[in-house]
Design a binder for this molecule. Structure first.
Ligand code: CTP
Ligand code: CA
Length: 221
Protein backbone atom coordinates (compact mmCIF):
# COMPACT_ATOMS: atom_id res chain seq x y z
CA UNK A 1 0.00 0.00 0.00
CA UNK A 2 2.88 2.35 0.75
CA UNK A 3 4.29 1.82 -2.71
CA UNK A 4 0.89 2.31 -4.26
CA UNK A 5 0.51 5.62 -2.48
CA UNK A 6 3.87 6.98 -3.55
CA UNK A 7 3.34 5.77 -7.11
CA UNK A 8 -0.16 7.18 -7.51
CA UNK A 9 -0.67 9.97 -4.97
CA UNK A 10 -3.46 11.46 -7.07
CA UNK A 11 -5.46 8.23 -7.49
CA UNK A 12 -9.16 8.95 -7.09
CA UNK A 13 -8.71 12.68 -7.80
CA UNK A 14 -10.19 14.49 -10.77
CA UNK A 15 -8.10 17.32 -12.20
CA UNK A 16 -9.31 19.78 -14.81
CA UNK A 17 -6.60 21.33 -17.00
CA UNK A 18 -7.15 23.85 -19.77
CA UNK A 19 -4.49 24.53 -22.37
CA UNK A 20 -3.68 26.05 -25.73
CA UNK A 21 -4.97 29.22 -27.31
CA UNK A 22 -8.57 30.16 -27.91
CA UNK A 23 -9.70 31.24 -31.32
CA UNK A 24 -12.28 33.99 -31.75
CA UNK A 25 -14.03 34.06 -35.11
CA UNK A 26 -14.58 37.24 -37.11
CA UNK A 27 -16.15 35.54 -40.12
CA UNK A 28 -16.01 31.98 -41.52
CA UNK A 29 -12.39 32.39 -42.66
CA UNK A 30 -10.85 34.78 -40.10
CA UNK A 31 -10.15 34.80 -36.37
CA UNK A 32 -8.06 36.47 -33.70
CA UNK A 33 -6.06 34.37 -31.29
CA UNK A 34 -3.15 34.24 -28.84
CA UNK A 35 0.29 32.75 -29.24
CA UNK A 36 0.34 29.44 -27.39
CA UNK A 37 1.88 26.10 -28.31
CA UNK A 38 -0.08 24.24 -25.63
CA UNK A 39 3.12 22.38 -24.64
CA UNK A 40 3.21 23.41 -21.00
CA UNK A 41 -0.46 22.58 -20.41
CA UNK A 42 -0.19 19.21 -22.15
CA UNK A 43 2.92 18.39 -20.12
CA UNK A 44 1.04 19.22 -16.91
CA UNK A 45 -1.93 17.05 -17.92
CA UNK A 46 0.50 14.20 -18.66
CA UNK A 47 2.35 14.59 -15.35
CA UNK A 48 -0.91 14.65 -13.35
CA UNK A 49 -2.18 11.51 -15.11
CA UNK A 50 1.12 9.75 -14.35
CA UNK A 51 0.52 10.46 -10.67
CA UNK A 52 -2.80 8.65 -10.94
CA UNK A 53 -5.24 11.53 -11.41
CA UNK A 54 -8.22 11.31 -13.71
CA UNK A 55 -7.50 14.27 -16.00
CA UNK A 56 -9.89 16.23 -18.21
CA UNK A 57 -7.94 18.41 -20.64
CA UNK A 58 -10.03 21.17 -22.23
CA UNK A 59 -7.93 22.28 -25.17
CA UNK A 60 -7.96 24.99 -27.78
CA UNK A 61 -6.51 24.15 -31.20
CA UNK A 62 -2.84 23.12 -30.79
CA UNK A 63 -2.10 20.37 -33.29
CA UNK A 64 -0.70 18.30 -30.40
CA UNK A 65 -1.75 14.67 -29.88
CA UNK A 66 -3.91 14.02 -26.82
CA UNK A 67 -1.74 12.67 -23.99
CA UNK A 68 -2.32 9.02 -23.11
CA UNK A 69 -4.78 8.35 -20.28
CA UNK A 70 -6.22 11.88 -20.52
CA UNK A 71 -9.76 12.76 -21.61
CA UNK A 72 -9.49 15.65 -24.05
CA UNK A 73 -12.35 18.01 -24.89
CA UNK A 74 -11.66 20.15 -27.96
CA UNK A 75 -12.91 23.73 -28.07
CA UNK A 76 -12.25 26.87 -30.07
CA UNK A 77 -13.53 30.03 -28.39
CA UNK A 78 -13.18 31.28 -24.81
CA UNK A 79 -16.91 30.90 -24.28
CA UNK A 80 -16.77 27.29 -25.45
CA UNK A 81 -13.78 26.70 -23.17
CA UNK A 82 -15.66 28.12 -20.18
CA UNK A 83 -18.70 25.94 -20.90
CA UNK A 84 -16.54 22.81 -21.30
CA UNK A 85 -14.66 23.55 -18.05
CA UNK A 86 -17.90 24.02 -16.12
CA UNK A 87 -19.30 20.83 -17.66
CA UNK A 88 -16.21 18.94 -16.43
CA UNK A 89 -16.85 19.89 -12.79
CA UNK A 90 -16.75 18.67 -10.08
CA UNK A 91 -12.97 18.55 -9.90
CA UNK A 92 -10.59 18.42 -6.95
CA UNK A 93 -8.10 20.67 -8.73
CA UNK A 94 -8.26 23.06 -11.69
CA UNK A 95 -5.11 24.17 -13.53
CA UNK A 96 -5.73 26.99 -16.02
CA UNK A 97 -2.83 27.06 -18.44
CA UNK A 98 -4.77 28.20 -21.50
CA UNK A 99 -3.86 31.42 -23.28
CA UNK A 100 -7.44 32.65 -23.38
CA UNK A 101 -8.07 35.49 -25.82
CA UNK A 102 -9.01 38.48 -23.68
CA UNK A 103 -11.31 39.88 -26.35
CA UNK A 104 -13.44 38.67 -29.23
CA UNK A 105 -15.03 40.52 -32.15
CA UNK A 106 -18.44 41.74 -31.01
CA UNK A 107 -20.06 40.39 -34.13
CA UNK A 108 -19.35 37.18 -36.05
CA UNK A 109 -20.24 37.60 -39.70
CA UNK A 110 -21.98 34.63 -41.29
CA UNK A 111 -20.47 35.38 -44.68
CA UNK A 112 -16.87 36.21 -45.56
CA UNK A 113 -16.20 39.94 -45.31
CA UNK A 114 -15.13 41.27 -48.71
CA UNK A 115 -12.77 44.08 -49.59
CA UNK A 116 -14.74 47.07 -50.78
CA UNK A 117 -14.66 50.72 -51.52
CA UNK A 118 -15.31 51.56 -47.86
CA UNK A 119 -11.83 50.32 -46.94
CA UNK A 120 -10.94 47.95 -44.10
CA UNK A 121 -13.74 47.12 -41.66
CA UNK A 122 -13.56 48.49 -38.13
CA UNK A 123 -13.56 45.62 -35.65
CA UNK A 124 -15.10 46.24 -32.25
CA UNK A 125 -13.86 43.92 -29.51
CA UNK A 126 -15.72 42.82 -26.40
CA UNK A 127 -14.20 41.17 -23.34
CA UNK A 128 -14.34 37.41 -22.92
CA UNK A 129 -15.36 35.74 -19.69
CA UNK A 130 -12.51 35.06 -17.25
CA UNK A 131 -12.43 31.27 -16.88
CA UNK A 132 -9.88 31.24 -14.06
CA UNK A 133 -11.84 33.83 -12.06
CA UNK A 134 -15.09 31.93 -12.57
CA UNK A 135 -13.53 28.62 -11.46
CA UNK A 136 -11.99 30.41 -8.45
CA UNK A 137 -15.26 31.97 -7.33
CA UNK A 138 -16.31 30.51 -4.01
CA UNK A 139 -19.24 28.14 -4.05
CA UNK A 140 -20.08 24.56 -3.23
CA UNK A 141 -18.52 23.28 -6.48
CA UNK A 142 -15.21 25.14 -6.20
CA UNK A 143 -12.18 22.91 -6.70
CA UNK A 144 -10.11 22.70 -3.50
CA UNK A 145 -7.08 24.02 -5.37
CA UNK A 146 -7.25 26.42 -8.32
CA UNK A 147 -3.99 27.20 -10.11
CA UNK A 148 -3.56 29.96 -12.69
CA UNK A 149 -0.71 30.91 -14.97
CA UNK A 150 0.59 34.37 -15.72
CA UNK A 151 2.64 35.21 -18.77
CA UNK A 152 4.34 38.54 -18.17
CA UNK A 153 6.86 40.67 -19.99
CA UNK A 154 7.93 42.90 -17.08
CA UNK A 155 7.67 43.19 -13.26
CA UNK A 156 6.79 39.48 -13.27
CA UNK A 157 6.46 38.94 -9.52
CA UNK A 158 4.46 42.11 -8.80
CA UNK A 159 2.06 41.47 -11.66
CA UNK A 160 1.64 37.82 -10.66
CA UNK A 161 0.99 38.59 -6.99
CA UNK A 162 -1.65 41.14 -8.01
CA UNK A 163 -3.14 38.65 -10.48
CA UNK A 164 -3.50 35.99 -7.78
CA UNK A 165 -5.47 38.45 -5.65
CA UNK A 166 -7.61 39.66 -8.52
CA UNK A 167 -8.53 36.21 -9.81
CA UNK A 168 -9.14 34.66 -6.39
CA UNK A 169 -7.09 31.57 -7.29
CA UNK A 170 -4.84 29.74 -4.80
CA UNK A 171 -1.60 29.62 -6.78
CA UNK A 172 -0.15 31.46 -9.75
CA UNK A 173 2.65 30.03 -11.85
CA UNK A 174 4.30 33.05 -13.45
CA UNK A 175 6.75 33.19 -16.27
CA UNK A 176 8.67 35.85 -18.13
CA UNK A 177 7.79 35.33 -21.78
CA UNK A 178 10.59 37.64 -22.93
CA UNK A 179 13.12 34.96 -21.83
CA UNK A 180 14.55 33.39 -24.96
CA UNK A 181 13.20 29.90 -25.70
CA UNK A 182 10.11 30.14 -23.48
CA UNK A 183 7.33 31.11 -25.92
CA UNK A 184 6.96 28.08 -28.17
CA UNK A 185 10.24 26.65 -26.85
CA UNK A 186 10.90 23.63 -24.67
CA UNK A 187 11.95 25.29 -21.42
CA UNK A 188 10.36 27.41 -18.76
CA UNK A 189 11.61 29.47 -15.80
CA UNK A 190 8.77 30.11 -13.40
CA UNK A 191 7.82 31.65 -10.09
CA UNK A 192 5.26 29.85 -7.92
CA UNK A 193 3.14 32.37 -6.02
CA UNK A 194 1.12 30.97 -3.12
CA UNK A 195 -0.42 32.47 0.02
CA UNK A 196 2.91 31.70 1.73
CA UNK A 197 5.00 33.76 -0.70
CA UNK A 198 7.09 33.36 -3.84
CA UNK A 199 9.28 30.44 -4.90
CA UNK A 200 11.73 30.85 -7.75
CA UNK A 201 12.11 27.60 -9.71
CA UNK A 202 15.22 27.18 -11.78
CA UNK A 203 14.91 27.06 -15.55
CA UNK A 204 14.06 23.54 -16.72
CA UNK A 205 12.40 21.67 -19.57
CA UNK A 206 8.61 22.18 -19.60
CA UNK A 207 8.15 18.49 -18.79
CA UNK A 208 10.19 18.89 -15.58
CA UNK A 209 8.33 22.04 -14.56
CA UNK A 210 5.14 20.04 -15.13
CA UNK A 211 6.32 17.11 -12.98
CA UNK A 212 7.36 19.42 -10.20
CA UNK A 213 4.01 21.21 -10.26
CA UNK A 214 2.11 17.90 -10.31
CA UNK A 215 4.05 16.69 -7.26
CA UNK A 216 3.37 19.96 -5.44
CA UNK A 217 -0.33 19.61 -6.22
CA UNK A 218 -0.31 16.04 -4.89
CA UNK A 219 1.43 17.17 -1.66
CA UNK A 220 -1.04 19.99 -1.09
CA UNK A 221 -4.17 17.79 -1.23
N1 CTP B 1 -7.51 33.55 -18.02
C1 CTP B 1 -8.78 33.01 -18.13
N2 CTP B 1 -9.73 33.67 -18.85
C2 CTP B 1 -9.44 34.84 -19.47
C3 CTP B 1 -8.15 35.39 -19.37
C4 CTP B 1 -7.19 34.70 -18.64
O1 CTP B 1 -9.05 31.96 -17.56
N3 CTP B 1 -10.38 35.45 -20.16
C5 CTP B 1 -6.51 32.83 -17.18
C6 CTP B 1 -5.35 32.22 -17.93
O2 CTP B 1 -5.64 30.89 -18.32
C7 CTP B 1 -4.26 32.27 -16.86
C8 CTP B 1 -4.60 33.49 -16.04
O3 CTP B 1 -5.98 33.76 -16.29
O4 CTP B 1 -4.33 31.16 -16.01
C9 CTP B 1 -3.81 34.72 -16.30
O5 CTP B 1 -3.91 35.06 -17.67
P1 CTP B 1 -3.26 36.43 -18.14
O6 CTP B 1 -3.54 36.65 -19.58
O7 CTP B 1 -1.83 36.46 -17.67
O8 CTP B 1 -4.06 37.48 -17.23
P2 CTP B 1 -5.24 38.48 -17.52
O9 CTP B 1 -6.11 38.49 -16.32
O10 CTP B 1 -5.91 38.19 -18.81
O11 CTP B 1 -4.52 39.88 -17.55
P3 CTP B 1 -3.59 40.57 -18.69
O12 CTP B 1 -3.66 39.73 -19.95
O13 CTP B 1 -4.18 41.93 -18.87
O14 CTP B 1 -2.21 40.59 -18.08
CA1 CA C 1 -4.82 37.95 -20.83
Amino acid sequence: LGLLQTGAPLAGKHVLVNAGPTLEALDPVRFISNRSSGQQGYAIATALARLGARVTLVSGPTGLAAPAEVTRVDVESAREMLAACKAALPADVAVCVAAVADWRPDEVYGLKLKKGREGPPAITLVENPDILAELSASGPGRPKLVVGFAAETNDVEAHAVAKRQRKGCDWIVANDVTEPGVMGGGENAVLLITAAGTERWERAPKSEVAQRLALRIAQSL
